[in-house]
Design a protein around this ligand. Sequence first.
Ligand SMILES: Cc1ncc(COP(=O)(O)O)c(C=O)c1O
Length: 496
Amino acid sequence: MTIQERANPLTKLFGSKKRSKHQESGARDLKVFEAMQAGKPVNDALLQQSAKDHLWMHFTRHSPFFNGKDINIIERGEGHYLIDSKGRKVMDGLSGLFAVNAGHGRIELAEAAAKQTMELDFMPLWAFAHPRAIELAERLLSYAPKDLNRIFFTTGGGEAVESAWKIAKQYFKLTGKPTKTKVISRMTAYHGTSHGALSITGIAAMKQMFEPLVPSTFRVPNTNFYRADPRFKDAEEFGIWAANRVEEAILFEGPDTVAAFYVEPIQNSGGCFTAHPSYFRRVREICQKYDVILVADETITGFGRSGHMFASERYDIQPDMMITAKAITNASAPLGALFLKEKFFEPFKDGTTIFPHGYTFAAHPVACAVALANLDIYDREKIVENVNKNSPIFRKTLEKLYDLPIVGDVRGDGYFFAIELVKDKKTKETLTPAEAEKILRGFLPGAFWAEGLYCRADDRGNPVVQLAPPLTIGPKEFDELERIMRKVLTEAWSKL
Ligand SMILES: Cc1ncc(COP(=O)(O)O)c(C=O)c1O
């Protein structure tokens, strides 16, 4: 439906001459609304101005938009492409936000949403259930590690992070270990923005403005092998060292005070940190020994990103709880799912005990119907198998970039890779803050876009460029990604 078509029902509803209270006050300029009311076309210039005047974009530095820079306004998604309001077509190298794993514009998802809206548009999961939530819970469990048996739905990843912590706290209170409340997580890891999830997040710069946060969270090293001390002979030795830091933190805080350890199977923030299997083996042992809940945050790695349906299976993590969101619906509707072992639910089976926590739209019937249809697509098109088969080719293609002086490291797994940018390959000298500002924020995003690629340039750790394209692509698209990377990174080097 075009914007003009969308304007007509509004015009019908309000009458084209009727002015809203807001307009009468004269305090604001609502030009898009006025154009829609009048049935007039809404062009790019109007959208730009309105976005600048009225939208508060997330995690966004707005100042460039008040100094003449246009906002990239995305109007359409088709397969692995995005089309903006100026008609430019760019490859979606980030699956929206690690979420549109099966590609954009899936008609089956729209149909499932429409059908569900007609059948049951909404009921909360508060003391009621509905068929789509029940069906989806079992369907999700059918792909999950076998000892996970229960699903707590949310509307996204951060809420699932938050819910897992609250369940952990209440579980230990109900089972005679009331002082087990603390959470350990990894440096530079991102787990969400609500106060609880942000407390677990390991990025100091993101937290400073919101202190004091929820107390009782602690950080241990992540598994950034590229930046590891050279004394480690290989990733295995380093991995075991990093896992032992979890034990050290538990012992330092006191095992009877630590509730959970949160870990992403492949850590996104910092740039796709994988770990040697020994890391997860050792972490599993440690959590077992001290009765600390092992929480795998698969908000990004879930639903095929790693080449397995869940990365917990790929790396044999054996989590006690597993967080998923994003690609669960192919991002066509907001939904998160926290998977749990049955033991966490046991204390809630008796008497008057409840978990006093929930979200209005968690397990929204439309989102659940969309998720079920999305999983049908996964099964039918063998989406996960495609990643498994092609991931080594993707890696090899990106590793060709090692001949560029700015490329220090290419790392990741599945369809999830980071390229770390350096000033000196040999010494691994990183960019100064001023250079990172100039290159990562000032140059790369615009240059990638101009070359036809949306991806992420990030310096929450060391500077990286990240790729997490839809899981439907193959070697032809890998070549295109490499070509664009080569061109843009070559130019970036000349600006350093
Ligand atoms: C690992 C991880 N956990 C949690 C979150 C928060 O998810 P949401 O934005 O859906 O709340 C994210 C978001 O990117 C994430 O990557």
